[in-house]
Design a protein around this ligand. Structure first.
Ligand SMILES: C[S@@+](CC[C@H](N)C(=O)[O-])C[C@H]1O[C@@H](n2cnc3c(N)ncnc32)[C@H](O)[C@@H]1O
Length: 223
């Protein structure tokens, strides 16, 4: 099935609100568990970058996992960051998480580099996927833990519809539509491997971690 890109930014207020109130507990707790599996429980990054942070659920989970770390969370959608601000305040984590209204690949961040760079469900939004990989190259140094999760594109429209029925059955229509569009906009594992090769990031490991998610992880190698 051909890729069908969707708009990059999620800057519609209703869409941002619905996404921020969706239940991602299973998927997002699994993401944190994968990070610990790969980088070990002794990993203690003091500066983390969350790219395409949306309502900051992933940033909040990392802030709780590493209470001494500072997190720069980046998103280009104003309404999504409003949701993020409310959630961070509610969690009392303003001292750990800073929000940045900026778009990849041209973002200017406070740190020159980070010990960990994480991103969930951003890649499939990007019209040019190299926006993500060049940003990572810019803000990583040898040893940086890189951890990128996303959907991968099913082979057929029927498979995409099955996934929406299986995982979003009880969700509001706006979320079901977003999930469907995201599956069609996602890259295949082979396409992501080509992106990594082009970016000189072939040292990272690409693995499927569910029937719809892939993970790219590893440490930036010295060059
Ligand atoms: C599906 S959401 C994922 C949010 C969050 N990472 C999570 O896992 O819940 C993707 C986010 O990426 C943002 N985004 C898309 N393209 C972007 C770009 N070029 N620069 C910055 N943010 C972008 C969107 O606005 C949206 O908030």
């Amino acid at each position: 099935m051909e890729r069908l890109p969707e708009p990059e930014l999620m800057n519609d207020p209703a869409q941002a609100k619905a996404y921020a109130h969706a239940d991602f507990e299973d998927a997002h707790s699994a993401i944190v568990a994968h990070f610990c599996r790969i980088f070990g429980k002794h990993e203690k990054p003091h500066a983390v970058l969350d790219l395409g942070c949306g309502p900051a659920d992933i940033s909040i989970r990392f802030a709780r996992l590493y209470p001494d770390c500072r997190i720069d969370a980046v998103d280009g959608a104003h309404f999504m960051l409003e949701q993020a601000r409310t959630r961070i305040e509610h969690a009392g984590l303003q001292h750990q998480i800073s929000l940045h209204l900026q778009c990849l690949p041209d973002c200017e961040l406070p740190q020159k580099n980070y010990q960990a760079i994480v991103s969930n469900s951003l890649l499939h939004h990007l019209h040019d996927p190299q926006s993500l990989w060049t940003t990572i190259r810019r803000y990583a140094v040898p040893g940086t833990a890189i951890f990128i999760c996303d959907l991968y594109r099913p082979q057929t429209l029927g498979q995409a519809e099955d996934l929406v029925s299986r995982y979003a059955a009880g969700e509001p229509e706006i979320l079901r539509r977003d999930f469907h569009n995201s599956l069609l906009a996602a890259f295949t594992p082979d396409e992501v491997q080509d992106q990594l090769d082009t970016a000189g990031l072939q040292g990272l490991k690409l693995e499927p971690i569910s029937d719809r998610h892939l993970l790219v992880s590893g440490r930036l190698q010295g060059t």
